[in-house]
Design a protein around this ligand. Structure first.
Ligand code: A5P
Length: 233
């Protein structure tokens, strides 16, 4: 991607992030997603808060908690709220027909999924390049696993046909999530039946969570070169 191309992608993502942040209403508890596009949504939300909007955010990562705090977005937690009114998060892949997602390239999939599952509505903010006909086409599927015994867990993933690579292992210490877990990036190829794969992966001991977000997104806001396209489930 050229720098002009990168700028165009950032602008498209910003359009999506701003359209999503415009859906936040006074008094809401808002789930704050993780990643570059979700960060743009937090920035847009911060501008609305500076203009008088009152909301409280539940962040999906330590990184986004720090960003929100720096921008003056008040934070809350599950200790105070079991339900979240609206979550705005990015995605690595969006399946056009189902609005099912692959998430977790940013390493925050576990908290993201807990927040999404507790949300009345989940708005997903992406640029057009994230749209796919079938999940697993463009990106590996991140699977969060427990460090203890991870060698055995990786073998089980391998035998399940998931072709896992331990994230960061080549660069010395493996990547660790906010929860202290490892992530296995699985080259699944196009996923014919995501629900079956989800059940199979959850059946493997040592697997904490997968990056498959099935039936969770209520709306996908796609930033384009000249505006936004809204996909509803
Ligand atoms: C974080 O764990 C991911 O699920 C992100 O939502 C995803 O990586 C999207 O991030 P970008 O907006 O940076 O592409």
């Amino acid at each position: 991607v050229t720098s002009a191309g990168a700028l165009a992608i950032e602008e498209a993502r910003r359009r999506a992030a701003e359209a999503a942040a415009a859906e936040v209403e006074d008094g809401m508890v808002v789930g704050l997603g993780t990643g570059a596009t979700a960060a743009l949504a937090i920035e847009a939300l911060a501008r609305r808060i500076a203009g008088g909007l009152r909301v409280a955010g539940i962040p999906t990562s330590e990184r986004m908690a720090a960003l929100a705090t720096r921008l003056g977005v008040p934070l809350t937690s599950f200790a105070a709220h079991r339900r979240i009114d609206l979550t705005i998060d990015g995605a690595d892949e969006v399946e056009i027909g189902s609005l099912d997602l692959v998430k977790g390239l940013g390493g925050a999939l576990l908290r993201e999924k807990i927040v999404a599952a507790a949300s009345r509505r989940m708005l997903v903010v992406v640029d057009e390049a994230k749209l796919v006909e079938r999940l697993g086409t463009r990106e590996p599927l991140p699977v969060e696993i427990v460090p203890f015994g991870h060698e055995a867990t990786l073998e089980r993933l391998e035998r399940a046909g998931a072709a896992p690579t331990l994230r960061g292992a080549g660069a010395g210490a493996p990547f660790r999530s906010d929860g202290g877990h490892f992530i296995a990036d699985c080259r699944t190829g196009p996923i014919a039946d995501a629900a079956v794969l989800e059940a199979r992966l959850h059946g493997i001991v040592g697997v904490v969570e997968t990056g498959l977000f099935l039936g969770l997104a209520t709306r996908v806001v796609v930033g384009t070169a000249d505006g936004v396209r809204v996909l509803d489930r």
